[in-house]
Write a protein that binds this ligand. Structure first.
Ligand SMILES: Nc1nc2c(ncn2[C@@H]2O[C@H](COP(=O)(O)OP(=O)(O)OP(=O)(O)O)[C@@H](O)[C@H]2O)c(=O)[nH]1
Ligand SMILES: [Mg+2]
Length: 463
């Protein structure tokens, strides 16, 4: 996400931080570059101009040119302005579930194929994890199998759903949904709606009607970030018909420009509440302007990593692992599990993309052979070992090495390298557990694996 924009902005920052003193000319030049970066990210000219102008006003107001670290001051101003642009002051994260009669209603609207149905499933899962009882109901009576698509999804994540009949009237389907939700005490009904290829009057009239009969507390526009400014235009059109409460931007995983995310809020005045970052049902993230601003400027998204780890990592396993680590009892089987966990978190690049200040490291990794393939190969080698070998690698002699290598399609050198790396790691672990500082102890011995990860990453950030 935002890859190209991030690179451009950081290059500009490099030229600012290298200097002790900044002239007004330096700042003007940097701002010009930021404007170009925004235009390349597909942000409309008016938005880019206004953004840069505001930064300039603040910069002049804070007399940065005379400060001790003027470059850092400019960076801070850009960062804060970016968070504002992304909607820092809008209520993006929480849903008010109390002000409408129970159950609360969420309406998902948007163009055809924007991701409404998938997002309905993803959102219900998030809410379920938040201990909310959700009912899914599809009002897409036009596309064959649309209702079935949502219901299959609901089934797979164990969410209640309505067996809506596509030949029935929408008003009836809505009525039945409310009856069931009241009977079964659902907290929220999420209505999925039909998409159209363009914003046409028939669609809008239908959505207006659904709005009237469902009295939703949230009308969320699901918009595809890959179509850039077009999705901002779509949002504006929807807004003129119905009272949108927020935006869910999908396919952010495939969008390296980020123009829609950068200009959606400022163009519509509506907060982005969630972003879809992949096809998997767990690929929906809460949107936070502060966190995304930090991520764009390579200041890292620690909260994001911890949330991701919490979602993907089994806590009991993590705890067991931490215990083993602290005792120095780490064997190849554990190593294999760690490799699998890394894969779950999105591989080395996935993790690095969320870590602060790692742009240069990332480049280095891209240019080296330290990539996910290496880890996959390591995993394969370990898989070819017997349990005995994994627990006690010292028994791995020449003939065993040969067997392991041919079993995993690797060379004997690869097996040797892995064993050596593992030995180094084990030695390091032993030393750490022996001479462990207080911080290290705390990190490894307390009960929550994911918190440990958070602490560890925070320590990294401070360095
Ligand atoms: N990569 C990626 N794909 C997504 C994301 N969200 C949805 N998709 C994919 O987009 C496609 C269309 O999604 P749907 O949920 O069926 O879209 P829809 O808006 O309900 O479509 P209609 O009902 O035809 O209007 C599916 O293949 C989804 O897997 C996302 O955040 N990232
Ligand atoms: Mg759909």
């Amino acid at each position: 996400m935002f890859g190209n924009f991030t690179d451009r902005i950081l290059n500009t920052f490099d030229s600012l931080t290298g200097k002790g003193l900044l002239t007004e000319e330096d700042v003007t030049k940097a701002l010009r570059e930021i404007r170009v970066a925004m235009l390349e990210a597909d942000v409309p000219l008016a938005v880019a101009k206004d953004f840069v102008l505001k930064i300039k006003e603040k910069a002049v107001g804070e007399k940065i040119l005379k400060s001790i670290k003027p470059g850092d001051m400019v960076i801070k101003i850009v960062r804060d302005s970016l968070a504002d642009l992304l909607g820092k002051n809008l209520p993006s994260e929480s849903f008010d579930l109390s002000y409408k009669s129970s159950p609360s209603v969420f309406l998902l609207v948007g163009l055809q194929g924007s991701g409404k149905t998938t997002t309905a499933g993803k959102l219900s899962l998030l809410l379920k994890n938040d201990k909310k009882k959700v009912l899914l109901s599809s009002l897409d009576i036009y596309r064959p199998a649309a209702i079935e698509q949502l219901n299959q999804l609901a089934k797979s994540i164990e969410i209640d759903y309505m067996e809506n009949n596509p030949n029935d009237k929408i008003a009836n389907l809505v009525k039945n949904s409310f009856t069931k939700a009241k009977q079964m005490s659902h907290d929220i009904i999420i209505f999925d709606t039909a998409g159209r290829t363009t914003v046409d009057v028939t669609l809008m009239e239908e959505i207006k009607e659904i709005q009237q009969i469902t009295d939703p507390s949230e009308i969320l526009l699901v918009a595809d970030s890959m179509i850039g400014q077009e999705s901002v235009n779509v949002a504006k059109s929807f807004q003129s018909y119905v009272d949108l409460s927020g935006i869910i931007l999908t396919r952010v995983d495939g969008d390296s420009k980020g123009g829609a995310a950068l200009s959606m809020t400022v163009s519509t005045g509506k907060p982005i509440k969630f972003i879809g970052v992949g096809e998997k049902i767990s690929n929906l993230e809460k949107f936070s302007a502060d966190r995304v601003a930090d991520r764009i400027l390579d200041m890292g998204d620690i909260v994001g990593i911890v949330e991701k780890a919490e979602k993907e990592i089994d806590e009991k396993e993590a705890e067991k692992m931490a215990n083993k680590l602290s005792k120095g009892n780490f064997d190849l089987e554990d190593f294999q599990k760690q490799l699998a966990q890394m894969k779950k978190l999105g591989g080395i690049k996935g993790i690095l993309s969320l870590m602060p200040g790692v742009r240069k490291a990332k480049e280095a990794i891209e240019n080296s052979n330290l990539e996910d393939k290496t880890f996959v190969r390591m995993g394969a080698i370990i898989s070819s070992m017997t349990k005995k070998e994994k627990i006690n690698p010292s028994i791995i002699n020449g003939s065993r090495k040969k067997r392991i290598a041919s079993g995993s399609g690797a060379e004997i050198q690869d097996v040797n390298r892995l064993l050596k790396q593992f030995k180094n790691m084990q030695d390091m672990m032993k030393k750490m557990s022996k001479y462990g500082t207080e911080g290290m102890e705390r990190m490894l011995s307390n009960n929550m694996g994911t918190k440990n990860l958070g602490n560890m990453l925070n320590n990294l950030k401070r360095k």
